[in-house]
Structures are given as structure tokens and as C-alpha cells.
Design a protein around this ligand. Structure first.
Ligand code: SF4
Ligand code: SF4
Ligand code: SF4
Length: 272
């Protein structure tokens, strides 16, 4: 049973969030929502432990499709960054604000960038593309994410300052158009740079929250230096170019680890 501890811990964390929000917000939806996400992620980790090849993709599709299709398209909740600003400005602690608090701001202190590996609906599509590992050197264009971040904030602030009406509908269309643009840019960049995760590395504005918070993550992969033979296989299979053999928090690209466990699977010495 010991090897199933991690999925059980994840399930417990999500159930705690689900019950707490259900009782404090007096809304049954939170019980359903976070239980579903917790079960999906725990199932993914369980399947990984059972050595199922597509374990992570199962979790990614279960959570990603639920958030994109059910929450985004059917329930009209804007879960993109502009939705976060929108709910923050209206002072309503629900939907995107709760989603950001759990998955992208405070959650990463516990489970790092697990969101990026197991739940994000943008990466869910990008991970189907052919470049699992970057085939070109890293680019110095990460500053673009700050521009996108600022643009989303300016966009929502302007709507509020100009007292524009029908904000709910505008937010719904912003979600649709924003996602179409993210997918288009993500796919073009993946082919241009031969790197499925180029969008995550250079464009995604959410990384402004994710990177600093995941620096302190409790859950992180470590290298047993007594077993490591410096074969570098872990680095060759890493989609985010993390130097996982360095145990310090300042490891190269350390705040980009999406906990996909490709390095762990491919280490010939079980050093990770
Ligand atoms: S970096 Fe952004 S696009 Fe990439 S997986 Fe994370 S949240 Fe999704
Ligand atoms: S794959 Fe394993 S043995 Fe090889 S460098 Fe990485 S941690 Fe060390
Ligand atoms: S391969 Fe390892 S170091 Fe790279 S992102 Fe996946 S879990 Fe993190």
C-alpha cells in the first residue's frame, strides 16, 4: 500500500478543499468540482504507479476537458487570466479566483506545477504535437509572458473603468477568443521551435504566478547522487529542460518542472 501513498495524499488534499469550500461557501458545486479533479489526478498518479504509459495524459484529458468544455463553454466561467482579474475586481470569491488560488497560486507551494502536467487544457492539446522534447536551443523571449500578463490586466481594468455593461457576456467571448489564440500561437510556436512546450516556456502569463510559488514546492523530484552515473538520460527526455540532477532549489529551469516523471521513468539507476 505504501507505493499508493501519493495518490491517496492528493485525493485527501482535494477532498479537504472540496468539503471546506462546500461548507464555507454553502455551494454543493465545490464538492463535486474538487472531488472530480482530485479523483482524476489521483487516478493519473495511480495509473502511473501501475506503469500505464498514458497515465498522465488520462488525468490531463479528464481535468482539461472538464474545465474547458463544462466549466468554460457550458457554464460560461472564464477560467483564463482575464476571468481571474474579473472576479477579483468584482470582489467575488468564486469560480476563477478559487481556481487560481488552488491550482496556480497557493497549490504550487504543495504540488509545484502539477497543474501544468496534469490539468491544463492548453497543454492538453499541445502535448499531442510531435516535439515531446525541444529540438532547438532555448530562446531568450520569456519576457513576452509579462506583456500578455499586463495586457490581460489592462483589458479587464479598462472594462471596469469605462463602466462597460454586459461584462458576463464579454468575459465569455474573451474566454473563447483567448483560448483560440492560445491554441493557435501554441501550435505555431511548437512547430517553429520544434518544441511542444514552447508556449509554456515563453508566452503563458500564468507562469508569473506558477514559477515563484513552485520554487518553494514541497513536492519535488530529487536525485540520489550516490546512485547517479551522470548519463544525462533524465535531461534528454525532459520537456522543460530541467537539470533534475541538481538538488538545489536553484537548479537550472527548476521552476519549470511539470512533474511529468519522464526523467524518473527513464533513469537507468533509479536515482530519481
Ligand atoms: S505554462 Fe501555462 S499553458 Fe503551459 S501548462 Fe502551465 S498553465 Fe498551461
Ligand atoms: S538518468 Fe539517472 S543516472 Fe542518469 S544522470 Fe539522470 S539521475 Fe543520473
Ligand atoms: S522530465 Fe522530470 S524534471 Fe523534466 S519536467 Fe518532467 S518531472 Fe520535471
Amino acid at each position: 500500500m505504501k507505493k499508493y501513498l501519493l495518490p491517496l495524499i492528493m485525493l485527501t488534499i482535494f477532498e479537504t478543499i472540496a468539503v471546506t469550500l462546500w461548507l464555507t461557501q454553502k455551494n454543493l458545486f465545490y464538492l463535486f468540482n474538487f472531488s472530480y479533479i482530485g479523483i482524476s489526478i489521483s487516478l493519473g498518479i495511480f495509473l502511473y504507479i501501475r506503469k500505464y504509459k498514458y497515465a498522465r495524459r488520462v488525468a490531463q484529458l479528464l481535468v482539461g476537458l472538464y474545465m474547458l468544455v463544462y466549466l468554460g463553454l457550458i457554464c460560461s466561467e472564464n477560467m483564463q487570466i482575464e476571468g481571474f482579474w474579473y472576479y477579483l475586481f468584482t470582489g467575488v470569491f468564486e469560480a476563477a479566483t478559487i481556481h487560481y488560488a488552488v491550482a496556480k497560486i497557493f497549490g504550487p507551494l504543495l504540488f509545484g506545477r502539477g497543474w501544468c502536467g496534469y490539468a491544463c487544457w492548453t497543454a492538453m492539446v499541445l502535448d499531442f504535437l510531435p516535439y515531446k522534447v525541444s529540438e532547438t536551443p532555448r530562446k531568450k523571449i520569456g519576457w513576452i509572458r509579462y506583456i500578455i500578463f499586463a495586457m490581460s490586466l489592462i483589458f479587464v481594468s479598462t472594462l471596469f473603468l469605462a463602466h462597460v455593461g454586459n461584462l458576463e457576456e464579454i468575459m465569455f467571448w474573451a474566454f473563447i477568443i483567448g483560448n483560440v489564440m492560445y491554441y493557435a500561437v501554441g501550435i505555431i510556436l511548437a512547430f517553429a521551435y520544434k518544441d511542444n512546450r514552447a508556449f509554456c516556456k515563453y508566452i503563458c502569463p500564468i507562469t508569473i504566478f506558477l514559477k515563484p510559488m513552485s520554487y518553494f514546492s514541497l513536492l519535488r523530484i530529487k536525485c540520489d547522487e550516490s546512485k547517479c552515473i551522470s548519463c544525462d538520460k533524465c535531461k534528454k527526455v525532459c520537456p522543460m529542460e530541467v537539470d533534475i540532477t541538481d538538488n538545489s532549489r536553484k537548479r537550472k529551469n527548476g521552476t519549470e518542472c511539470i512533474l511529468c516523471f519522464e526523467c524518473v521513468k527513464n533513469c537507468p539507476k533509479d536515482a530519481l
